[in-house]
Design a protein around this ligand. Structure first.
Ligand code: OGA
Ligand code: MN
Length: 296
């Protein structure tokens, strides 16, 4: 087997979203394979690995080759309420007995936050570098995941706007993203756990040097700006950044693993039948430092 990476849409998006073949992620990777995948991530930002029948332990072992793994402290379910271990973000609609959550269940309603454009863990002081999402059970239809290229979005801004926003610092929190959906059913302890954190609005990729917008529905304020003006700008930027020309839609097949670079993309879930099972397991590689401590 030789590892190969090909653009999924070579005409419209030659440098965004690649498909990886010739590698088995269930067994330990050779250093050259890890290096090829990291180089593919630097170029494509989203990689699809079809037909990877991973256990949680294998997914953790694979992901850990790319850096320190996050703990799932951003999930609503913690402690005895959890279905999966703390190195797996539970992106399912299941309770701990593997039953589909009721339509009004607060864990489901909180999870609907994934329908808004976001980047993972921008609500943590050090946000996520890579996410790897494994499709264990998928519904018969719907439930795509869409990815938007924040490098292309930056490149397409006019120079005046680029100058205006280059040094801005935002505040991100899951309280902000859930408020957009009218969800405010948080305990006092959850409000403390989800307190806002600062993030640069514009980042530079450490390898390619390309600049990108660092946006998410978690962003609810800009330091030094009145809140309504900040939110109006953030809305404009998200609208700009998620034009269809910048978006790749992934239609899942069971056992796909999709890996994305949260530093340079946003993503969102699309709707599906709320009575159907959708069981996705995510491992998340932490970035190296808070964005304010990284080179601008
Ligand atoms: C995630 C996420 C979207 C989806 O796993 O971080 O946002 O389609 N998933 O489930
Ligand atoms: Mn996500």
């Amino acid at each position: 087997m030789t590892l190969a990476i090909r653009a999924i849409d070579p005409v419209a998006r030659p440098d965004f979203a690649g498909r990886v073949t010739g590698v088995d992620l269930t067994v330990p990777l050779a250093p050259a394979e890890v290096a090829a995948i990291a180089a593919g991530m630097d170029r494509f930002a989203v990689l699809v690995f079809p037909d990877q029948r991973l256990t949680d332990d294998q997914q953790v072992a694979f992901s850990a080759r790319f850096g320190l793994l996050e703990q799932a402290t951003g999930d609503l379910a913690q402690g005895a309420e959890r279905r999966l271990g703390m190195t797996i973000n539970d992106i399912s609609n299941l309770d701990r007995d593997n039953r589909v959550l009721g339509r009004d269940d607060r864990r489901r309603l909180f999870g609907l936050g994934n329908r808004l454009w976001h980047t993972d863990s921008s609500f943590k002081p050090t946000p996520a570098k890579y996410s790897a999402l494994s499709a264990r059970v998928i519904p018969a239809s719907g439930g795509n995941t869409e990815f938007a290229d924040m490098r292309a979005a930056w490149d397409a801004l006019d120079v005046g706007m680029q100058g205006e926003i280059a040094d801005l610092v935002c505040e991100h929190s899951q309280l902000f993203s859930r408020a957009l959906l009218g969800f405010d059913d948080f305990s006092a302890a959850e409000r403390r756990r989800f307190a806002p954190v600062p993030q640069r609005l514009v980042r530079r990729h450490p390898v390619s040097g390309r600049r990108s917008l660092f946006l998410a529905s978690h962003a609810g304020a800009i330091r030094g700006w009145p809140v309504p003006e900040a939110r109006a700008l953030l809305r404009d930027l998200i609208e700009h950044a998620t034009q269809r020309a910048f978006v790749h839609a992934h239609a899942w097949r069971q056992w796909d693993l999709v890996m994305w670079d949260n530093r340079v993309t946003m993503h969102r879930a699309r709707p599906y039948d709320p009575t159907a099972v959708r069981d996705m397991h995510r491992t998340t590689v932490a970035d190296s430092a808070p964005t304010l401590e990284q080179a601008a």
